[in-house]
Design a protein around this ligand. Structure first.
Ligand code: SF4
Length: 238
C-alpha cells in the first residue's frame, strides 16, 4: 500500500471519529490497568459491568489488597478466567505498593514486569493513560492491518512494528483506537461489512463482501473524497 492511500485511510477514520478512546470505563491509570487485565478474552461490556461495582468500593492498590483474592473474585466472577485474573491483580497491587509507591509506572519494562501484564496491555496503558504513541495489536488490529494492506505481518509484533513505521505521525496516537473500532464494528472477522466501509475504495483486501446482498442494503451510497467533495461510489459489477 502506498503512503498516500494510508494517509487517506487515517484521514477518513479521523474525520469520522476525531476523538477515539477505549470502550473500557476508567478514571485513573490504575483503574485502566485493572480493566485491561480483566479484558483479556472478555468483552469490554462484561468488564465494565464488573468494574462499575468494583471501582466505587476499591480503585487503588491498597483498597484492592484489602479486599483480598476472595473478596475481589466476588466482583469479577462474571468475567472469564476470573480466578487467575484475581490472583494477578492482587500480586500486581503488592508490587505497585512495594516498588512504585502505589502508582502505575510509565515505563514499558516496569509495566510488563507486573503479573498478567503483557506487551499488549502495557501498550494500551502507555497509549491511553499516558498519551504515548504505542499501538497494542489485538485480534482486530491484526486482522484490519492485514486485510487492508496498511501493515501486513505474520504475527502481532511484526504488525505492531510495521504500524509504528508506516502510520503517519499525526495519526499514530489514535491509530490504535481507530483500527480496533473499525475491526470490531465494520471489518468484522467472520464477514467484513465492506458495503458499509468508509475506506472500501482504498482497502486492498481481495475478498471484499461488497456484492453481498445483505451489505447492499447497508451500503452508504456516497462518500467524501480526500478534498472533501461528496461523490457517489459505483458498485463493482463482479
Ligand atoms: S473494505 Fe472490507 S475488508 Fe476492507 S477494511 Fe473495509 S470492511 Fe475490511
Amino acid at each position: 500500500m502506498n503512503p498516500q492511500k494510508r494517509y487517506e485511510i487515517f484521514r477518513r477514520l479521523r474525520a469520522e471519529n476525531p476523538h477515539p478512546t477505549t470502550e473500557l470505563h476508567y478514571s485513573t491509570p490504575f483503574e485502566l490497568l485493572v480493566a485491561v487485565v480483566l479484558s483479556a478474552q472478555a468483552t469490554d461490556k462484561g468488564v465494565n459491568k464488573a468494574t462499575t461495582r468494583l471501582f466505587p468500593v476499591a480503585n487503588t492498590p491498597a483498597a484492592i489488597l484489602a479486599l483480598g483474592v476472595e473478596g475481589l473474585k466476588e466482583y469479577i466472577k462474571t468475567i472469564g478466567l476470573y480466578n487467575s485474573k484475581a490472583e494477578n491483580i492482587i500480586k500486581t497491587c503488592t508490587i505497585l505498593l512495594e516498588k512504585h509507591g502505589g502508582v502505575v509506572p510509565q515505563e514499558r519494562e516496569a509495566l510488563e514486569a507486573l503479573p498478567g501484564v503483557g506487551r499488549k496491555t502495557a501498550n494500551v496503558v502507555l497509549n491511553t493513560a499516558f498519551g504515548q504513541p504505542t499501538i497494542a495489536v489485538d485480534t482486530h488490529i491484526f486482522r484490519v492491518s492485514n486485510r487492508t494492506g496498511i501493515a501486513p505481518g505474520k504475527n502481532v509484533l511484526e504488525v505492531e512494528k510495521r504500524l509504528e513505521r508506516r502510520v503517519p505521525k499525526e495519526f499514530l496516537h489514535d491509530a490504535h483506537h481507530w483500527l480496533i473500532l473499525h475491526g470490531r464494528y465494520v471489518c468484522i472477522a467472520r464477514k467484513p461489512r465492506c458495503g458499509a466501509c468508509i475506506i472500501e475504495d482504498l482497502c486492498e483486501y481481495k475478498h471484499k463482501t461488497i456484492d453481498d446482498e445483505d451489505e447492499k442494503t447497508t451500503r452508504k451510497p456516497q462518500t467524501k473524497t480526500a478534498r472533501g467533495t461528496t461523490v457517489t461510489k459505483k458498485r463493482r459489477s463482479s
